[in-house]
Design a protein around this ligand. Structure first.
Ligand SMILES: Nc1nc2c(ncn2[C@@H]2O[C@H](COP(=O)(O)OP(=O)(O)OP(=O)(O)O)[C@@H](O)[C@H]2O)c(=O)[nH]1
Ligand SMILES: [Mg+2]
Length: 316
C-alpha cells in the first residue's frame, strides 16, 4: 500500500508540483491575507482546470472560513484551502470498488469510448494486462475498424498482455465485429471482454448514433452488457472533458471515466471540475505509456498522493 502510494505520488508529481507548487508560491510571494491573495488563488484554480464555478465555490468557502477564524497568516490560509479541496473530493464518494475485481459474470463486458487520441487503446492494453495477471480469461474486441493501423495497434497490446483478440478486416462494420466478439465470449465463457472503439468527436451526431448501434448489438449478444461503459478522457484537455462526458453520457449511458495522461501536463484541477459537473465516477487513472501505468482511482489514495509531500505521506 505504501509503495503503491509512493509510486502514484511520483507519477502525479508533474501535475502536483504545477498546481500545489503555484499555490504555495503565491501564498509566499503575497505574504498577506487580502483580496489580491484570494484573486490570485482563484486564478490558479481556474488555470489548473478546476472550472470557474468550482474555483468560485472554493474561494468563497475559503474567504468565509478564514474570516470566521480570524486567520491572518497566509500559510494557514493555504492549509484551509487544501482542507476545503480535500473535503470536496471526500464528499459523496461514489463506487470505488476495485475495477480489476468485477463480478464473475462470464463475460463481464467493458466498452471503452472517447474522442480521438485520448488513450482508449492504450488503456485497454493496460487493463487487459491487469486482468490477465489475475488469471482472468480476457478477450479484446478490435472494434476500431476504420484504420488497419488501429487494428494492428490493439493486436500488439493484446500480445503484450497475453490475451486473445477478435479482429476483422479493416473497414468492416464495427457493430458486426463487436457483435461477433461478444457472442463468441459468451459461447467460450470468457471472463472479461474489452471493446475498443474508434475515436469520435462528441459533437458529430452520426458518430454518436453509431455508438448507440454498437451498444444495441452488444445487448443483442449479451442482454445485460455492456456492464461498464468507460469514457476515456485525456486529462490534459481541461474543460472540454466535461462537455465530452455530457455528450457521450447522453448518447450511451456511461458508468465511469478513465482519466489518462495524468502523469503528463495534467493540471490536476480537472478532478474538481468533474466532481462539480458530472455524476459519473472516475474509475481509472492512466499515469504513463507503459503497460503497468494504470491505477484504480481511489479518492483517499489520490488525495494523499496529490496533496501531501513525501515525508508526510510516509508517516502514514
Ligand atoms: N503519458 C501518457 N500517455 C498516454 C497515456 N495513455 C495513452 N497515452 C498516449 O496517448 C497516445 C494515444 O493513445 P491511444 O491509446 O492510441 O489513443 P486512442 O484513444 O486509442 O486513439 P484513437 O483510437 O486514435 O482515437 C499514445 O501515444 C499513448 O502512448 C497515459 O496515461 N500517459
Ligand atoms: Mg485507439
Amino acid at each position: 500500500m505504501l509503495s503503491k502510494l509512493r509510486s502514484l505520488r511520483d507519477k502525479l508529481s508533474k501535475s502536483k508540483s504545477g498546481f500545489m507548487g503555484k499555490i504555495e508560491e503565491t501564498v509566499k510571494v503575497r505574504g498577506v491575507v487580502d483580496d489580491q491573495l484570494y484573486e490570485d488563488l482563484e486564478e490558479i484554480l481556474i488555470k489548473n482546470d478546476c472550472g470557474t464555478e468550482m474555483a468560485e465555490r472554493i474561494i468563497t468557502s475559503l474567504r468565509k472560513e478564514v474570516k470566521e477564524d480570524r486567520i491572518t497568516d497566509p500559510e494557514v490560509v493555504q492549509i484551509y484551502l487544501v482542507d476545503i479541496m480535500q473535503n470536496i473530493l471526500f464528499k459523496d464518494i461514489p463506487d470505488e470498488s476495485d475495477f480489476f475485481q468485477p463480478p464473475a459474470l462470464q463475460p463481464y463486458v467493458i466498452a471503452f469510448v472517447g474522442v480521438n487520441g485520448t488513450g482508449k487503446t492504450t488503456t485497454i492494453g493496460k487493463v487487459a494486462n491487469r486482468f490477465a495477471q489475475s488469471g482472468k480469461k480476457v478477450l479484446i474486441v478490435a472494434g476500431d475498424t476504420f484504420r488497419a493501423a488501429a487494428i494492428d495497434q490493439v493486436a500488439i497490446w493484446a500480445e503484450r498482455a497475453g490475451v486473445h483478440i477478435m479482429r476483422s478486416e479493416p473497414e468492416r462494420d464495427p457493430a458486426s465485429v463487436i457483435y461477433d466478439g461478444v457472442a463468441s465470449a459468451v459461447a467460450k465463457k470468457y471472463d472479461i471482454v474489452l471493446i475498443d472503439t474508434a475515436g469520435r468527436q462528441h459533437t458529430k451526431e452520426r458518430l454518436m448514433k453509431e455508438l448507440q448501434k454498437i451498444d444495441r448489438v452488444i445487448k443483442k449478444a449479451c442482454p445485460e452488457a455492456p456492464h461498464e461503459t468507460i469514457l476515456v478522457v485525456d486529462s490534459t484537455t481541461g474543460q472540454n472533458a466535461i462537455s465530452q462526458a455530457k455528450h457521450f453520457d447522453e448518447a450511451i449511458k456511461l458508468t465511469g471515466l478513465a482519466l489518462t495522461k495524468f502523469d503528463g501536463t495534467a493540471k490536476g484541477g480537472i478532478i474538481f471540475n468533474i466532481k462539480q459537473n458530472l455524476e459519473i465516477p472516475v474509475r481509472l487513472l492512466g499515469v504513463g505509456e507503459q503497460i503497468e501505468d494504470i491505477e484504480n482511482f481511489h479518492t483517499v489514495r489520490f488525495v494523499k498522493a496529490f496533496f501531501t509531500s513525501g515525508d508526510e505521506a510516509e508517516e502514514e
